[in-house]
Ligand binder design. Structure first.
Ligand code: FES
Length: 153
């Protein structure tokens, strides 16, 4: 994204301009719009026009997607920001802190899965009774009653 020229302040962008400046395909921008991540307005010729702040929103969406955050979660997080306001550094700090926790949780689950897989490599039994990958609930039930994990999948 380049520097904003003074004459561009308040300028509405076409979908092609947003695509060019953000590096995101027009079809992806339309997809984001159908999912409620970004919004456009129609001009008098019934063509979509986007406020400039959409560029920062699209940048945030791309970064979050790279971190593996589901689009629905990104939409929920962005929904607290008023449309038409450029997400600020404080907004970003709050959003990214929440996503870092999601990422940490997923990494911890993946490490657990990798360690279980280590035990299974070379075994191949895939036993419903004893294989932790095949039946994590049985293994967890050995630890006592009640929910042992929030998401054993
Ligand atoms: S394959 Fe045997 S314990 Fe998982």
């Amino acid at each position: 994204m380049g520097r904003i020229k003074p004459q561009e302040h308040g300028k509405q962008l076409t979908v092609g301009e947003v695509a060019r400046r953000s590096g995101v395909a027009v079809s992806t921008l339309h997809f984001y719009e159908t999912k409620g991540l970004i919004q456009s307005a129609r001009n008098q010729g019934n063509q979509r026009r986007y406020p400039r702040e959409v560029l920062r929103r699209v940048a945030i969406i791309k970064v979050a997607q790279r971190a593996g955050i589901p689009l629905a979660s990104i939409r929920d997080a962005l929904s607290v920001l008023p449309q038409g306001r450029t997400p600020t550094a404080a907004d970003w700090k709050k959003l990214s802190a929440g996503w870092k926790k999601d990422l940490d949780d997923r990494i911890a689950k993946l490490i657990g899965l990798r360690d279980q897989l280590n035990d299974c490599i070379g075994c191949g039994c895939l036993s419903v009774k004893s294989c932790p990958l095949r039946n994590p609930w049985d293994k967890l039930s050995e630890q006592g009653p009640g929910p042992r994990l929030l998401d054993p999948t």
